[in-house]
Design a protein around this ligand. Sequence first.
Ligand code: HEM
Length: 226
Amino acid sequence: MTPVLTFMVYRLALHPTNFQIIRDELKSIPNTQDSQELQKLSHLNAFIHEVMRVHPPILDGLQRNTPSEGVIISEQYIPGNVTCLAPFHTIARRECQTHYLISRFKLKNGFTVESCFEDAEEFIPERWTTAPHLTKDKSAHMPFSLGPYGCVGKNLALVFLRLTTAFLVHNYDIGFAPGEMKSTIIDESNNTVTNNPGPLKLIFKKRRHQTEFGDGVDVNDGHGLC
Ligand code: HEM
């Protein structure tokens, strides 16, 4: 959960237009901490999915062993007792070279796999909403994995991500701290099964909300920066 939240605030700071769209969406619901209302906000949900596509919380996926008699996947025979994985990070990118790739996608040019996303390196939440042509195969997005061993906490995790993102966007302005390179979070990230982000320095500034009388009130106590 922590890596997703870290990349989430990073992307909120990096994409102010997206930040503003989410903030505007939040104005359309009476209670920004109502998880059922948040589920209906298209850009908020697209943003969360795009964060997990570009920064998969588990980079390589988890391993599976083939049955002893072997298995055929996408016309490709995989011998028995072979440990395989479907690397989430690689699948989310354009073309890739990999030796043991288990997927439903057709293998082309040896071990090169066709892209599932247009402009796969770009952060474009609209690929999940108004620009579906940028997503060629939705099922390639599987940060919680699939099947009987997929994540049982998926729905709870999504509720938590929506609530936290909505709370931050509604109550804070988020920006990069002076001197923040904006790239160390990725350049110094580590693959420790989970996607461990590198350092990131942000400034969270509390917003003043307008009351019905027109005067601003702090949503929290404190000095404004944290
Ligand atoms: C963003 C947050 C999360 C992500 C990205 C995530 C992702 C995953 C992934 C990829 C798996 C492996 C599935 C497989 O082996 O194919 C998994 C398994 C699991 N997750 Fe999550 N998870 C998240 C949050 C949670 C939460 C909040 C809970 C519990 C409240 C949870 C409980 C579990 C459990 C129990 C398994 C093992 C399922 C099994 O082996 O039967 N996860 N998760």
